[in-house]
Write a protein that binds this ligand. Structure first.
Ligand code: F6P
Length: 553
């Protein structure tokens, strides 16, 4: 089979040539020779400012990358997504998370049927429920108000809402504490449940399939804990609600159908925070806040659908990624929010990007021989500076970075915000400029070092620079700007998938892992089980487990 056609296009070849002829450029020189560079390579959209001037690009690079997006048929693919075409080809599904945050009267349809009435119905159901909990109309079994909400879910049913709840804590209803239970390490259930009063706790079991093993196990643990602590098996319906597409399984668990919040197979798990999967967020910040979050996402959607490619923020972010990933062969991409509230953003983006674009087969099954999705990693600044930044400054690898910061903090503490931003800007500047031999020499000379010492230290004091980065500034981290930021990254991932010719909306690799775990489980619960078809390493580890497993009652 052939590579996807994009590989054979003249646009691709032009970019390969352009990369070869420009790879020796240094960004310091690009800044020195173009006073308009910052203005030229920055965008301001939906409360989000993107500076992409610290990239190894010039106008021709953008033009060539835009040609590549056109050669991949990007405008048509955006149109197909909006029209509800089954762009998730391997699962024959539409991809319409954009419908969940639609603010106007665009009528998203799947198989000719509008999805908007059901989207709005669930939003109304959420509003009613959130109001009932907040007003105290919905209580625990003994009439006490709800003080703790536990989201039980994993992957997209955990990462998005968890990150958003954390990010938007300054907007949170102080009467409600949010908790997230995802892992099946028994320690996690213990940590979460041990501090709760069952009479005042509401569990949201979030699972698109309602068959995900981890979520099922944790939901059962929570149910047993609730019954054990209260002696009220009949009150499960008062303390558990569900977000799922699987009505039957939800009812079988003991959740009343009217307390199930529906979502649909055209919403991928990692794109689902906009649906009722965001119920924990809505309970935390209120339904008006949740609506603002949706509106922020929608504002970015409108820009994405309407702006020309060369001035389109998600497209530009995607093209910068393609430039380094595909043409410079960078393997990773670091995301560093200099915002404590966004501490969990890198984890959310890992799933969003790596589960979407970690693919080696083209949409139509053709093998892909170039690199697709990068390894996404990162953590919160300034802590990262004291962790992995040394490698970015003087290591041997090309690591494109995203810096994310806010102009206004939620709390004013002395000069903290200015210091935080100074550090963020200093890092991206240092990564771009580096430090030349003569600068390093002069610095050491001025510090009074003798010639021999300067010579010995010189190789350690020189910084190559030319490390590319985007800087994203939010005026403030609020529901709206968070919505816009997440939609920006979602569309970036979509655009990259379109250009690489892959399906960004399935995850067969994850399914394979789930299947093997089901297969291995009986070997751990029963030492006599048949285990012939596993490899020696897996069998050896299972044997070690049986040898030292000490079951405590
Ligand atoms: O991680 C794989 C995955 O299938 C994700 O796409 C999804 O977000 C997660 O598992 C949880 O699935 P579910 O919501 O069906 O429990």
């Amino acid at each position: 089979m052939m590579q996807p056609t994009i590989f054979h296009t003249s646009a691709w070849q032009a970019l390969e040539r352009h990369q070869r002829s420009t790879s020796q450029w240094h960004m310091r020189d690009l800044f020195a020779t173009d006073p308009d560079r910052f203005k030229r390579f920055s965008l301001d959209v939906a409360g989000i400012f993107l500076d992409y001037s610290k990239n190894r690009i010039n106008r021709e690079t953008i033009a060539l990358l835009t040609d590549l997006a056109l050669a991949a048929g990007l405008p048509n693919e955006i149109h197909r997504m909006r029209m509800g075409a089954a762009i998730n080809v391997s699962e024959n599904r539409a991809v319409l998370h954009i419908a969940l945050r639609e603010q106007g009267d665009f009528d998203y349809r799947v198989n000719g049927k509008s999805v908007m009435p059901s989207v709005r119905k669930v939003l109304r159901q959420m509003r009613k429920f959130v109001h009932a909990v907040h007003s105290g109309a919905w209580t625990g079994f003994d009439g006490q108000t709800i003080t703790d909400v536990v989201n039980i879910g994993i992957g997209g049913s955990d990462l998005g809402p968890r990150m958003a709840v954390e990010a938007l804590q300054p907007y949170a209803n102080k009467g409600i504490k949010s908790h997230f239970l995802s892992n099946i390490d028994p320690e996690h259930a213990h940590q979460v449940l041990s501090e709760l009063n069952p009479a005042r706790t509401l569990f949201i079991v979030v699972s698109k399939s309602f068959t995900t093993l981890e979520t099922q196990l944790n939901a059962e643990v929570a149910k047993a804990w609730f019954i054990g602590r209260t002696g009220q098996p009949d009150q499960i319906g008062q303390h558990f609600v569900a977000v799922s597409t699987n009505t039957e399984a939800v009812e079988a668990f003991g959740i009343r159908p009217e307390n199930m919040f529906e979502f649909w197979d055209w919403v991928g798990g990692r794109y689902s925070v906009w649906s009722a999967v965001g119920l924990s967020l809505a309970l935390a910040i209120g339904m008006d806040g949740f609506d603002d979050f949706l509106a922020g996402g929608a504002a970015m959607d409108q820009h994405f659908f309407n702006a020309p490619l060369e001035a389109n923020m998600p497209v530009i972010m995607a093209l910068m990624g393609i430039w380094y990933n595909t043409f410079y062969k960078a393997h990773t991409h670091a995301v560093m929010p200099y915002v404590q509230g966004l501490q969990r953003l890198p984890a959310h983006l890992q799933q969003l990007d790596m589960e979407s674009n970690g693919k080696r087969a083209g949409k139509h099954g053709e093998p892909i021989l170039f690199d697709t999705g990068p390894v996404i990693w990162g953590d919160v600044g300034v802590n990262v500076q004291h962790a992995f930044f040394q490698l970015l400054h003087q290591g041997t690898r090309l690591v494109p970075c995203d810096f994310i910061a806010t102009v206004n903090p939620h709390y004013e503490v002395n000069e903290h915000q200015a210091n935080l931003l100074a550090n963020c800007l200093a890092q991206s500047e240092a990564l771009m400029r580096g430090k030349t031999t003569s600068e390093a020499q002069r610095e050491m000379f001025n510090a009074g070092l003798d010639e021999a010492r300067i010579e010995a230290l010189l190789p350690h004091k020189v910084f190559p620079g030319n490390q590319p980065s985007n800087t994203i500034l939010l005026r403030q981290l609020d529901p709206k700007s968070l919505g816009a930021l997440l939609a920006l990254y979602e569309h970036k991932v979509f655009v990259q998938g379109v250009i690489w010719g892959i399906n960004s909306f399935d995850q067969w690799g994850v399914e394979y892992g789930k299947q093997l775990a089901r297969d291995i489980l009986p070997l751990l619960t029963d030492s006599a089980a048949n285990n012939k078809h596993h490899d020696a390493s897996t069998l050896g580890l299972i044997a070690y487990y049986h040898q030292y497993r000490d079951i405590k009652d």
